[in-house]
Design a protein around this ligand. Structure first.
Ligand code: GLV
Length: 329
């Protein structure tokens, strides 16, 4: 089948470099030009008859969606490194290739985790609101005191690409780095002097706990009432991974009761909803899932997702194939 015959759908406007790749290679590229998240009905309708789908993390691509597309669907190229929105076994069962965008957002995301860490410990968001409200009537020795960063202990939960980049950036702040992961990362130990510890020890000892695990059954609600109880009362939680890794109601309780000092949060348990009590808390800094949102990084993600999709339709092995088994038999 020639590439010209393939039908592709892009579920929302993505940066132009990605669209350029699709348009240069394919004749039938349909784009949801409305800048909004597709409803489930719209997704199931627009996916019909497709050969390739360029999806976002806001769409659930499960067996039902794949079946709505039809048996000709060859590839789902996710515009994200996380792919918990896609039922990978269902895709593999149907011989559909699934790809993601690893690597290109490692720095932007870890930079943002640092931005949240600073904003949270030094109360920048709250202080900004105060200043704009013209409440600043002169320097005060008790005003906006936060937590120290330099020389403190940073706990990295999940030593994958982003967790390791977060840890590496702590060197200038002379931090002690602990990490918890299934696997040992010798490079991290040698370069940053990080020490691998059990999750519980990390919670007990860290002044900042930064979460970098994928969302899996085993990481769902990894942070719950028990985990917050194990953290220091002066500690901060930073989450740029996936919302459901943290039990949001438990986080609210921990922030309300002073079980932890603060939290910098970019992802939510039931996005785009946010726990109504979390919004009221001054010791939380909240962002709308923007850790990878730099112009350059989002351009690279779009390029990568589009290149993966085109490669798959050309019958090549996409660079970021998550289920190589579909090509192996
Ligand atoms: C963003 O959350 C991503 O997974 O790329």
């Amino acid at each position: 089948m020639s590439l010209d015959q393939f039908k592709v759908y892009v579920t929302r406007v993505i940066p132009q470099p990605g669209l350029d790749i699709l348009n240069a290679n394919l004749k039938h590229v349909k784009l949801n030009t409305a800048d909004n998240i597709l409803s489930r009905e719209e997704l199931l309708e627009n996916i019909k008859g497709l050969d390739g789908l360029l999806s976002l993390l806001t769409e659930r691509i499960d067996g039902e969606a794949m079946d709505a597309a039809g048996p000709q669907l060859k590839v789902v190229a996710n515009h994200a490194v996380g792919f918990d929105n896609i039922d990978l076994p269902a895709a593999t069962e149907r011989g559909i290739m699934v790809t993601n965008t690893p690597g290109v957002l490692t720095d932007a995301t870890s930079d943002f985790a640092w931005a949240l860490l600073f904003a949270t410990a030094r109360r920048i968001a709250d202080a900004d609101k105060f200043t704009r409200a013209l409440k600043y009537d002169g320097w005060g020795p008790m005003m906006y005191m936060g937590g120290d960063i330099t020389g403190r202990t940073l706990g990295i939960v999940g030593a994958g690409r982003i967790g390791v980049a977060m840890a590496a950036k702590s060197v200038g702040f002379k931090m002690r780095v602990l990490y918890s992961d299934e696997f040992r990362n010798e490079k991290l130990e040698q370069e940053v002097g990080a020490r691998k510890v059990a999750f519980e020890e990390l919670l007990n000892e860290s002044d900042f706990v930064s979460v970098h695990v994928p969302l899996l059954k085993s990481t769902h609600h990894l942070f719950n009432d028990d985990s917050f109880r194990m953290m220091k009362k002066t500690a901060y939680l930073i989450n740029t991974s996936r919302g459901p890794v943290v039990d949001e109601a438990a986080l609210v309780r921990a922030l309300q009761t002073g079980e932890i000092a603060g939290a910098g949060i970019d992802v939510y348990e039931d996005e785009p909803k946010i726990h109504p009590e979390l919004i009221k808390l001054d010791n939380a800094v909240l962002a709308p899932h923007i850790a990878s949102a730099t112009i350059e990084t989002r351009g690279k993600m779009a390029t990568m997702a589009a290149s993966n999709l085109v490669a798959a339709l050309k019958g090549e092995r996409p660079d970021n194939l998550l289920n190589p088994e579909v090509l192996d038999d």
